[in-house]
Design a protein around this ligand. Structure first.
Ligand SMILES: [Zn+2]
Length: 119
């Protein structure tokens, strides 16, 4: 059966995207416009834990909160899906801003063993 999609983005989704865009300036100011991992000029705002990532289907709105977002440069963004990189991001944000990551889904990444400066 053929379905015509007039509006490919649902109302709920577009509301979320607007909400996310509203947060961006805050994130960029908070991080000084620089990548939180290497300090170089950042070029994107990244969500540490992605909406709909496996096992996190319930966190549709939690994803777009300041403690889950940070500025990354292109090189670090490419590694940002590695759990160790997520741990480094969360630990860095925690040290700088005191965000609480003791709850799921952040806790599983925050507690990831931190093995030096390999990335
Ligand atoms: Zn970087």
């Amino acid at each position: 059966m053929k379905r015509t999609r007039i509006n490919p983005i649902s109302k709920k989704r577009s509301k979320e995207l607007r909400h996310r865009k509203k947060l961006w300036p805050n994130i960029i100011v908070r991080d000084g416009g620089n990548c939180v991992l290497c300090g170089r000029g950042g070029c994107s705002v990244h969500e540490v834990i992605q909406r709909g990532a496996s096992g996190h289907k319930t966190m549709l709105t939690q994803c777009f909160v300041e403690k889950n977002m940070c500025v990354l440069c292109l090189a670090c963004h490419a590694k940002a899906h590695n759990p160790k990189t997520k741990a480094r991001i969360l630990q860095t944000l925690h040290a700088r801003h005191g965000y609480d990551y003791s709850e799921e889904p952040w806790s599983r990444y925050f507690d990831e063993v931190h093995t030096g400066e390999e990335c």
